[in-house]
Design a protein around this ligand. Structure first.
Ligand SMILES: C[S@@+](CC[C@H](N)C(=O)[O-])C[C@H]1O[C@@H](n2cnc3c(N)ncnc32)[C@H](O)[C@@H]1O
Length: 295
């Protein structure tokens, strides 16, 4: 079981709770169109089945609370820019890292980012198989790539200095890839929603360096995320759908200086951060929406 460095504060891990299932009309329309299941009850049964299997493998709060149904990326301002890269930049690659079911990757493919240029990657290979089950696809029917691996394993993703080569990239066949390192300097957009906040401060910096090495130096290449946030960085307790857990949260200030000055040379990226208070099952929760764009 891998939950990064977050630790549960509750003595036992809560069991799945079907009463937390709730789809907005837009979410229902997306999952119906993707799965071909028209009926609300059948769709609910299908999603609950896949959710229960995933939760048994690794009990992430976002699986427990159905956070994976929220289509988060498509609601962020950076999403339009990512779709534009997919439409207009030749051979633009989108990486959905720590993707779980890879819902954001599927949504981007449905919205026009060429699916053959999308990779969804997660340390838990079973989640990638469950992605096919959730979306009722097979590796043969879905052209996107799903690659298992650990961001902290240098055999899977080594750390290199961020690329400064702004020349256009040639087409690459992603399907045979077994690791991410061959994509150093070639990825136009990285979605890392709910990924960094799983790790300690040191490991967040490590992961930022590792992922920064993948980003293309072409202006506009972007990495974005949505993590537990804080006014002052530090170890915080978060309560999500009844689960209390402890992890390290960055503040807008600490997150900006990490990317602009530590990971990338100062002044070579635009960092945008916004602390947003969201309600998750009636509990107020401070999150940070962020993006780092190469200039
Ligand atoms: C909280 S979930 C977020 C899933 C998805 N991005 C979303 O927004 O719904 C974090 C995901 O990161 C994956 N993960 C954890 N450690 C990882 C690592 N070292 N390398 C790659 N993925 C990892 C987990 O398996 C899990 O699927």
């Amino acid at each position: 079981m891998t939950l990064g460095d977050i630790t549960f504060q509750t003595s036992s891990v809560p069991t799945v709770d079907a009463s937390l299932y709730n789809l907005s009309p837009a979410q229902a329309a997306f999952f119906k169109s993707q799965t071909g299941i028209d009926n609300d009850e059948d769709l609910k049964r299908h999603i609950l089945e896949v959710q229960a299997k995933a939760y048994k493998i690794a009990p992430y709060p976002c699986i427990h609370g159905f956070g994976f149904l929220r289509l988060n990326l498509s609601n962020f301002p950076v999403y339009k820019h990512i779709l534009k890269l997919g439409r207009e930049r030749p051979n633009a690659v989108l990486l959905d890292i720590g993707c779980c079911f890879g819902v954001d990757a599927r949504k981007a493919a449905a919205d026009g980012f060429p699916a053959k240029n999308i990779i969804a990657s997660d340390i838990v290979n079973e989640f990638l198989q469950l992605s096919h089950e959730l979306f009722k696809t097979t590796p043969a029917s879905y052209p996107g790539s799903l690659i298992p691996g650990d961001v902290f394993d240098p055999e899977f993703l080594s750390i290199v200095t961020p690329s400064d080569d702004v020349s256009p990239v040639s087409a690459i066949d992603l399907s045979p890839l077994k690791s991410l390192s061959p994509l150093h300097g070639r990825v136009s957009a990285i979605n890392a929603i709910a990924f960094f906040h799983l790790f300690s401060e040191e490991k967040q910096l490590y992961a930022a360096r590792a992922l920064a090495g993948l980003l293309s130096a072409q202006p506009g290449s972007v990495i974005c995320g949505f993590d537990n946030g804080a006014v002052e960085k530090g170890i915080k307790i978060t309560n999500l759908s009844g689960i209390e857990y402890q992890g390290f949260n960055h503040s807008p200030e600490s997150w900006s200086s990490l990317w602009d000055g530590e990971v990338f040379e100062k002044g070579t990226v635009k960092v945008e951060t916004e602390l947003v208070e969201i309600l998750i099952f009636d509990k107020r929760h401070l999150m940070m929406m962020w993006s780092v764009t190469r200039l």
